[in-house]
Design a protein around this ligand. Sequence first.
Ligand code: URA
Length: 424
Amino acid sequence: MNFDAPSVIRTKRDGGALSDAAIDWVIAAYTDGRVADEQMSALLMAIFLRGMTGAEITRWTTAMIASGERFDFGDLGRPLVDKHSTGGVGDKITIPLVPVVLACGAAVPQAAGRGLGHTGGTLDKLEAIPGFTAELSKNRIRQQLSDIGAAIFAAGDLAPADRKIYALRDITATTESLPLIASSVMSKKLAEGARSLVLDVKVGKGAFLKTEAESRELAATMVALGNDSGVPTRALLTDMNRPLGRAVGNAVEVVESLEVLAGGGPDDVVELTLALAAEMLDAAGLDGVDPAQTLRDGTAMDRFRALVAAQGGDLSAPLPIGAHSESVPAPTGGVMGDIDAMAVAMAAWRLGAGRAAPGHPVQFGAGVQIHRRPGESVAAGDALFTLYTDTPERLAPAIAELDGGWTVGPREPVIGPLIIDRIG
Ligand code: URA
């Protein structure tokens, strides 16, 4: 059947469902350049506004997988398990999590992403380590999985349609769409060769989908996509109203991850790392191992060092820190109230931790350090936040983003549980 982009866009614009053949055509044609960015942008906005049926999401995901390679590392004889987050603020969890599950006996082939919208990307954070590369060939991934059990890599030849669409969504205000998030995450994850999968689906102010109902639906959609494709999948629904930990940015998040791997670090980062590790180990059939022990005895840190070294990184070199900084002082004493994850994300983005246009470099040293977390005591004049950047003119707009995103008051804020539910 012959298709053309305007007819496909018109069908979705007018609230219709796209046929399997139309989806296969538009994804293949966009991947090889027959459909232009302007046309795909219009289609993405129509999908954003009109949504997709379950059948359309399944086909869109399958077509994105078919746009590239699908890895199979089953012959390595190791339990291959991975996790993916739907995007958060201060969400550095992959960095301590991968070495923890590795130290417990699982193997992790992880196709990771760069920053999207206001959220940070694991690759942007890890590339802050001098020398670290995420551009790995399939052979190198296979070799690394065989030698040390994990690789964290740019999706490259996996789901190349998602790579193009992901970049376009970032600049066309079409990131916050359930069908587009579900298909983006699952196309990469089903193509990367993991045999089971754990998803961290964020809920709240710093998540792409703000309400619990939407996040539940996203989780259920992705769990079904995984299970129906033969990859046992489950999800944790986790709170993203406030940033995770005390660091939001690139190198600052690596520093915090190293603290966790050394047996310290903020409670919430440790809690989520261990909860996701327990799910991954269970999914991989590795019960009876205690992930917390690997943080206490240094084995997770050893695995992280081996992983970074295998990917060219030098952890003995200093991590970059922005040359310019400014702190936000407490106007009065009291207790730190809640901190709005979106305000901190936007501040970090203004400092240069994220991108304003596709392909632009990020500042590895840009970020926000949170000195007082919700519920901690504050004296008047204490530094609450310190902002770092290499470009000093970014400091004032970043501080303005924080305005209204935090309070200091007489009472402790009421904070709900970090792990809200488990689905699948
Ligand atoms: N992570 C992805 O890979 N894609 C999204 O759309 C959101 C988070």
